[in-house]
Design a protein around this ligand. Structure first.
Ligand code: MRU
Length: 319
């Protein structure tokens, strides 16, 4: 997998030789984004199955399933593919691998189709705001929130993307900006607190973000900071869309309050990593020493603030 912790400063491929390593890669966000960690969780489960089918096979599968399930709590795709591959592994290791591969392909195809449905929302000259990274790095390919932008751009439409920097891990400033650069799409990285002002100035005509889990009533968990963008968008009457494959919808989760929200280490708030003048990656403290920090990784946007959901099956205005 691509090591997303080093992008955009270095492009490294990480090999995960067993399910422990793949699980660690999910925890440490070497791979991240709901679709990508869903696929990785499926492959981790398949790795556990492929490790050998001796007599305690089923016991080992359960241990592996519990370990992988504990990697990160919020993204529904992780649990959906984990369970599907676990069920296949009960039949055979080969069936587990086949399932993991099929789910990864399905995720990439869902991203492609989200792009085709969502591209009609993008108008020539428009300003589009996105939060975090829901591009081809966050899924197996194509992306969710960014897929419509890529599809529209490939058809010749020209527009500007505003990428929230997305503190503390800066997925917007590092990953979305890097993807947009590769795709040749005009964009600005903006501070997390700038969007409402740009909306006020009329520079943003549309907001699209991805999702980590969508409850049965349409409430949507996504990267922390999404909620405040949705509130601002409603104030300025700007359409706010969620783009996500159907695998992100959780029918067993009645509403937003039932979605488990990951709390990550306060170190992520206190320290930032980037290249110095010689290009050597350095980690520096950026907060007042001695002060504690809170680091909720996701928030929940209530369905009332969401204009529509772009899935592989089309756009629905209510879930
Ligand atoms: O903590 P992350 O980087 O895994 O969070 C990712 C997001 O919040 C994305 O917007 C989401 O997973 C949707 S699309 C990949």
């Amino acid at each position: 997998m691509i090591d997303q912790t080093l992008l955009p400063f270095a492009f490294n491929i990480v090999r995960c030789e067993d399910h422990h390593a793949t699980c660690r890669a999910i925890q440490t966000m070497v791979t991240r984004g709901a679709g990508a960690i869903g696929a990785a969780a499926g492959f981790a489960m398949a790795q556990a199955a492929l490790a050998g089918k001796e007599e305690n096979y089923e016991e080992r599968l359960v241990q592996a399933r519990d370990l992988i399930a504990s990697a990160r709590p919020t993204a529904r795709d992780l649990f959906a593919s984990l369970e599907a591959v676990y069920q296949a592994a009960l039949l055979s290791p080969a069936a587990a691998l086949e399932k993991a591969l099929a789910l990864a392909d399905q995720n990439a195809e869902a991203g492609r189709r989200i792009g085709q449905h969502g591209k009609h929302l993008i108008r020539e000259g428009m300003g589009v705001l996105t939060h975090c990274n829901a591009g081809w790095l966050g899924l197996v390919d194509h992306g969710s929130a960014l897929a419509p932008l890529y599809a529209a751009h490939r058809e010749g439409r020209r527009f500007t993307v505003f990428a929230d920097e997305t503190r503390p891990r800066s997925q917007g400033a590092r990953l979305t900006a890097w993807e947009l650069e590769q795709e040749g799409i005009a964009h600005y990285i903006i501070p997390d607190n700038a969007a409402a002002w740009l909306m006020h100035q009329g520079r943003i005509g549309l907001v699209i973000t991805g999702a980590d889990r969508i409850a049965a009533n349409g409430d949507t968990a996504n990267k922390i900071g999404t909620l405040q963008k949705a509130i601002a968008a409603q104030h300025y009457h700007i359409p706010f869309y969620i783009a996500a494959p159907l695998s992100t919808f959780d029918p067993h989760c009645p509403g937003g309050d039932d979605i488990p929200i990951e709390a990550r280490s306060e170190e992520e708030v206190h320290y930032q990593t980037g290249p110095d003048e010689e290009g050597v990656l350095r980690t520096v403290r950026v907060t007042s020493p001695g002060s504690p920090a809170l680091n909720p990784a996701f928030d929940v946007t209530p369905h009332q603030l969401i204009t529509g959901y772009i899935t592989e099956e089309g756009i629905r205005t209510r879930w």
